[in-house]
Write a protein that binds this ligand. Sequence first.
Ligand code: B1M
Length: 214
Amino acid sequence: MVDKLLTGITTSIVEGEPDKTVDLTRQAIEAKVEPLTIIDEGLVPGMNVVGAKFQSGEYFLPHLIIAASGMQQAMELLEPELKARQEAVERAGTVVIGSVAGDIHEIGKSLVGTMMAANGFQVYDLGVDVATETFVAKVQETNADILGLSALLTTTMTVQREIIEALEEAGIRDQVKVIIGGAPVNQEWANTIGADGYADDAVGAIELAKQLVG
Ligand code: B1M
């Protein structure tokens, strides 16, 4: 039953049927499937297939847009469920997060932000295509412990380096820990640009953030 729901969610994303994605996600929630299981075993595998079909030329931009719409509508149902699982925790720290300039991919970044909020962090999500100076100003204004930079494109991952350089120029690099994520980046890139850490998913990002403020 649960496997069938999760497979159905994946297929509905791949086949571009957002209403079905929402309906099956609702059914999975009602069946008490953990929200993270719905995301990791239902929605994300669908997005990965859509991405692979786009890369091979079988799918085009509208397919990506429809798939993203299905996942985003499902996330609207899942976010309150994720937050409801928050235990009474002490404030874990302050996080500023966003997708870097030139990058409008928002689903993964928003998931990381939501999960951080659900784990006790105060989160300022600046959205997508965020200018470098906006990140720097928000870190200064909020006295953030963590700056989270998401980049999904090989053409925008270099902006993560520019932001670290901008923090250095503003004289606040040592006041904030920078964590990076997104499909094209890895630990090696984090080392190269002098980030404090890399996480490849939302759960990893929370563990890393807790370690860094701990
Ligand atoms: Co685009 N896109 N896209 N896209 N898109 C990718 C990323 C791509 C890999 C598809 C492909 O070719 N296989 C490819 C990038 C290739 C590359 O550079 N290496 C690509 C491309 C090329 C493009 C365009 C250039 C296409 C075009 O216009 N010709 C264009 C660029 C737009 C721009 O940003 N300037 C574009 C546009 C779009 C849409 C707008 C249509 C849409 C996004 C809609 C939206 O977000 N509202 C879209 C989508 C949906 C995708 C794919 C299919 C799915 C992304 C997604 O939401 N995944 C993607 C292929 C793929 O990823 N398989 C693709 C689900 C999400 C939960 O995962 O975002 O990876 P993800 O986040 C994960 C981790 O990466 C990590 O944790 C998250 C949760 O597990 N993570 C972090 C993310 N941020 C983190 C931050 C952290 C820590 C972890 O700390 C701070």
